[in-house]
Design a protein around this ligand. Structure first.
Ligand code: AMP
Length: 280
């Protein structure tokens, strides 16, 4: 496994690699969700490249950039064991050198529900993903459904800017309790960790309501909200929202595949999760 910090070297290594080349962008602190992306890339691509970069521009001023978990040594050994060929770990200055002043603003999906709660977040995400795709020029890039709004933004970015990379989205990987793996789960103490299971229980309940014929979005979201709020360690809910999976517009009736997404505060930790109604 080759470790690369310079974007020129990354570009050269990717250009010279056996095709197809798969790219797995991450912010590190790797868990089984990330590794599922790597494994999928490994089955489909001759070369697999991963990136580890805690992208400062996607964090808001009061968010957790400084405390975001960083476990580089462990991440590298996990990637090596998984058979990754190239790992790109640039510094912030390498990605955003002095004078950097071009931003990618995806409209529509980036103003979806998560974008409304994290102003500027998707601008940072779209900008760094565009840069990583330009540096690596992969045939395929792998993202997780866990960040459902993000996948819609990245699909639109790749389509609108004629990126010659296929965007592959893989299902959310969950702990046995149903809790979605997330680097931010590391912030939870054992009580909060147990309380966080309410999120998937509520999503699974919504799935049951949908399966029994309920199509009224507000009825489903009210039940989800009540169930999550019944957990005493929940500190607040940013949203429980059902949107069209592509446009990220809220829907009143669930008529075709729609994403039920939630953002929940447990202690000081903000967790997001979603399911696609009609598919899971
Ligand atoms: P992050 O390091 O949080 O930026 O995540 C890097 C990639 O891993 C993104 O495409 C995420 O959507 C994906 N990812 C994170 N958690 C999960 C999970 N539990 N299941 C599947 N993919 C995930």
């Amino acid at each position: 496994m080759r470790l690369i910090e310079s974007k020129t070297e990354m570009w050269q290594a990717c250009s010279a690699s056996s095709r197809p080349l798969g790219l797995v962008p991450t912010m590190g602190s790797l868990h089984p969700g990330h590794m599922a992306l790597v494994e999928r890339a490994r089955t489909e691509c001759a070369t697999v490249a991963a990136t580890i970069f805690v992208n400062p521009t996607q964090f808001g001023p009061n968010e957790d950039l400084d405390s975001y978990p960083r476990t580089l040594e462990r991440d590298l050994s996990m990637l090596e064991q998984a058979g990754v060929d190239l790992v790109f770990t640039p510094s912030s200055a390498e990605i955003y050198p002095r004078g950097f002043n071009t931003w990618v603003d995806v409209l529509g999906s980036a103003q979806g529900i998560e974008g409304l709660y994290r102003p500027g977040h998707f601008r940072g995400v779209a900008t760094v993903v565009a840069k990583l795709l330009n540096i690596a020029r992969p045939d395929r890039a792998y993202f997780g459904q866990k960040d459902g709004n993000q996948t819609a933004v990245i699909r639109q970015l790749a389509r609108d800017l004629d990126m010659m990379t296929e965007i592959v989205v893989i299902p959310t990987v969950r702990e046995p309790s149903g809790l979605a793996y997330s680097s931010r789960n590391a912030y939870l103490d054992p009580y909060q960790r147990a309380a966080a299971d309410v999120i998937y229980r509520a999503l699974a309940h919504a799935s049951t309501l949908y399966a029994s014929g309920q199509r009224h979005a507000a009825t489903i979201t009210d039940e989800v909200r009540n169930m999550i709020n019944s957990e005493p360690l929940v500190n607040g809910i940013d949203y429980v929202s059902i949107t069209d999976a592509e446009s990220m517009n809220e829907v009143e009736w669930v008529e075709r595949a729609a994403m039920l997404a939630v953002a929940v505060h447990i202690g000081g930790t903000r967790l997001i999760d979603n399911i696609v109604l009609g598919q899971e």
